[in-house]
Design a protein around this ligand. Structure first.
Ligand code: FAD
Length: 303
């Protein structure tokens, strides 16, 4: 059995692996796709001490660093079940069962997509999901934000300071964001808000996004908005489906953790975007991976 088994090979999982292995304990990592969301990222300019890098480079660095240590790295393996018996057991899709004294869950999240024509084609070519990450790429350009919840309105306020104009498209007839955010957004001269708007298509010129199409749900009329960037802010989906009924999740599927990365199941820790920890970012995930690994080590020396 492992001392610590880490499920997930994104920044949180990689940090947890390094922190565990450095304690000299038996460490394993199972990852469906090593690198996680970072593999899909073009420019990374907020990873402190590295002025600019890109996803594939950072992922290669993560893997190299992990493999400096005695870590069992099991790539392209998906966990489908977790159960606590004498050990914590993690079942893989291929039927194998891994046993460990403690587990760190770091399975991350995925952005909820609009599922409209053009979205996949122009992903990374104008269709973006992270305003903190990609906002500056649209400096001086027109952008749209899809979604009028807290993250959408925060994105609009954030982008308004960088881009020429932001159009927020909300599906419903009211914005779901907090009042103070809505007031702030409405006070900005370069933000406009359209309600009852169902985005139907991302338009591009084969290279980049040039606009979007939406239907006014009241009049059924179709409209065009001329934008270079589209920020989709309709939610983040935690990769926690396989943990339902085994430990405490919020109604949005985030694993509930405390300040030590402990979940509701003793010996099972969690880190990164899959948890309730706020602000989903690389550096934040790495910090929480370190916390969860140290939490697991603390648990091991007491059991
Ligand atoms: P993830 O990166 O999501 O990794 C999860 C890992 O778990 C993966 O290895 C995955 O394959 C694995 N996994 C999932 N389910 C299972 C399972 N059942 N069994 C086994 N393995 C599983 N942040 C920044 O700080 N700066 C940026 O510039 C930036 N740009 C971004 C751009 C894009 C397009 C996206 C999508 C995100 C961006 N982010 C950025 C956010 C950042 O990538 C995430 O906050 C960070 O990757 C979260 O790390 P994580 O380790 O928690 O999860």
């Amino acid at each position: 059995a492992y001392d610590v088994l880490i499920v997930g090979g994104g920044p949180a999982g990689a940090a947890a692996a390094i922190y565990s292995a450095r304690k000299g304990i038996r460490t394993g990592v199972v990852a469906e796709r090593f690198g996680g969301q970072v593999s899909d990222t073009m420019a990374i300019e907020n990873f402190i001490s590295v002025k600019a890098t890109d996803g594939p480079k950072l992922v290669a660095g993560l893997e190299q660093h992990v493999l400096e240590y005695d870590v069992d790295l099991m790539k392209t393996q998906k966990a489908v079940r977790l159960e606590k018996k004498e050990f914590v057991e993690v079942e893989l899709e291929n039927g194998a069962i891994l046993k460990s004294k403690s587990v760190v869950l770091a399975t991350g999240a995925r952005w909820r997509e609009m599922n409209v024509p053009g979205e996949q084609e122009y992903r990374g070519k104008g269709v973006a999901y992270c305003p903190h990450c990609d906002g500056p790429l649209f400096k001086g350009k027109k952008t749209a934000v899809i979604g009028g919840g807290n993250s959408g309105i925060e994105a609009a306020i954030d982008l308004a300071g960088i881009v020429e104009h932001v159009t927020v498209l909300e599906f419903g007839d009211t914005l779901r964001a907090d009042d103070v955010l809505v007031k702030k957004a409405e006070s900005l001269p370069n933000v406009s808000i359209i309600k009852n708007a169902m985005t139907t298509e991302v338009l591009g010129d084969d290279e980049r996004v040039i606009g979007l199409k939406y239907t006014d749900r009241k009049t059924d009329e179709s409209h065009l908005v001329d934008v270079a960037g589209i920020f989709v802010q309709i939610g983040l989906v935690p990769n926690s489906e396989f943990l339902k009924d085994t430990l405490e999740l919020t109604n949005r599927g985030e694993i509930v953790v405390n300040g030590h990365g402990e979940t509701s199941l003793p010996g099972v820790f969690a880190a990164g975007d899959v948890t309730t920890a706020p602000y989903k970012q690389i550096i934040v995930s790495m910090g929480s991976g370190a916390t969860a690994a140290l939490g697991a080590f603390d648990y091991l020396i007491r059991h």
